[in-house]
Design a protein around this ligand. Structure first.
Ligand code: MN
Length: 427
């Protein structure tokens, strides 16, 4: 963990870039961020590796920084090589750099490229670290037993499906599935009427571990390349009928949307903070606890959930924020704890594996990261400022996730956009 929590010259808030848009106060991709992603240049089909800077993408191969187009080779770099690459990109993009003339040719306007999945995704695990979300959903599904007793000891997760993780901007069709209302004796096959979104972060695994070798918590962040936004679309009516006893299945596996940019743990170093539990909560077992983890284990990230209905789009109205929260306050378990727990049985993580954190809801009702919570299980309408109401998602609704990190004395960094629109169910 110490490697990722080191603050160095690449975080200096005074550094400016010769890419002018990166210096704007509200820029999501200032020179202190430098997130990695994959893009197709205009007229091309192959994927290139890029780093976002202001309103441009730096093509790493054309800049002479790498000699291949394989993101997994970047993800798998050892910490020293990974940090050296970050420093080289930072030094070449800073104001006054001698690389400016040569690197101009390696810049592509972000608006002209197609952004894709940030990497080829291997296995996908979805966790459930949002304790306020778990408690609220538990109250709806099991009023007598909202939070299972294992929740405070085990970072709960399930193995999800990687093949339906979609890049931001790829729309998807409303799913069908088995649905059974409480008053009916038998289920029917029908379109989901309770389609929901989930405000999550994605955790991209960088370096693998050997089969049988758990990753100690103090080294866990060395195995994480970076974080993305992640919308784990959920059909609540399919989910509530199928989820016991083995957990989520078809209510989740029809689509999840991931943002194009991986914000590296190196960029997130200034935003780490102490891992804290409320008084009265149990201490984690020793394999989920450590000295550096206690002082730097949590990451402060502000998150937002936005909705734009078809009517809002037609009227030229922007997406409206319907929920917000913060990662460090919403999450009962940290990124490092997820990595250590996932491998404690000897499970081998591979480069390009993805974890979803689970829905990140805050303490208060307006801080929820899903419509299930915002509408209190579909019983209270969410009122939008144009007069429309929602319990769950309608066809034509576009959901976008946003996130940023802010701390006095550092540049604000953003995560870009994670957006998709719900299309009608296919015939
Ligand atoms: Mn989820």
């Amino acid at each position: 963990m110490p490697a990722a929590t080191d603050i160095d010259a690449t975080h200096d808030p005074a550094t400016r870039s010769w890419v002018e848009a990166a210096n704007a106060d509200d820029a999501e991709f200032p020179i202190q961020n430098l997130p990695f992603g994959r893009f197709q240049a205009p007229g091309e089909r192959r994927w290139r590796i890029g780093v976002a800077i202001g309103d441009q993408v730096l093509d790493l191969r054309r800049a002479g920084l790498i000699r291949h187009g394989d993101m997994r080779r970047v993800l798998g770099l050892r910490p020293g090589a990974r940090q050296a690459l970050r420093r080289a990109i930072h030094d070449g993009l800073r104001e006054g750099s001698s690389s400016r003339t040569a690197w101009r040719e390696a810049l592509v306007p972000m608006g002209s490229v197609t952004l894709g999945l940030p990497c080829e995704i291997g296995d996908y695990t979805d966790f459930y670290v949002g304790i306020h979300h778990a408690s609220a959903v538990g109250r709806l599904f099991r009023p007598d037993n909202p939070l299972m007793p294992n929740y405070r000891w085990v970072p709960i997760g399930y193995h999800g499906r990687a093949s339906t993780i979609l890049p931001s901007g790829r729309d998807f069709h409303r799913p069908r599935g088995q649905i059974k209302s409480p008053q009916d004796a038998a289920p029917v096959l029908a379109e989901s009427q309770r389609l929901d979104c989930e405000l999550e972060l994605g955790v991209v695994i960088g370096r693998p571990n050997a089969l049988g070798r758990p990753i100690p918590i103090e080294q866990a962040e060395d195995h994480v390349f970076g974080l993305t936004l992640f919308n784990d679309w959920s059909a609540r009516d399919i989910q509530s009928w199928e989820y016991q006893p083995l957990g989520p299945f078809l209510g989740k596996s029809f689509a999840s949307t991931i943002s194009p940019w991986m914000v590296t743990l190196d960029a997130l170093a200034p935003f780490h903070r102490a891992f804290r539990r409320d008084p009265g909560e149990p201490s984690p077992l020793p394999y989920l606890d450590g000295k550096t983890h206690r002082t730097h284990g949590a990451i402060d990230i502000r998150l937002e959930l936005r909705l734009q209905t078809a009517a809002m789009r037609a009227a030229g109205l922007p997406a409206e924020r319907i929920g917000r929260s913060g990662f460090a306050d919403a999450a009962y378990w940290t990124v490092a704890q997820l990595v250590s727990h996932h491998t404690v049985n000897g499970c081998a993580l591979a480069t390009g594996d993805l974890f979803g954190t689970g829905t990140l809801s805050g303490r208060d009702p307006d801080q929820a990261g899903s419509l299930l919570e915002l509408s209190q299980g579909g019983t209270r309408a969410i009122r939008l400022s144009n007069g429309e109401e929602r319990y769950f998602l309608h066809d034509g609704d576009a959901v976008s996730l946003r996130a940023c990190c802010e701390r006095a004395g550092f540049r604000r960094i953003g995560f870009g956009d994670c957006i998709a629109t719900v299309l009608p169910a296919l015939d």
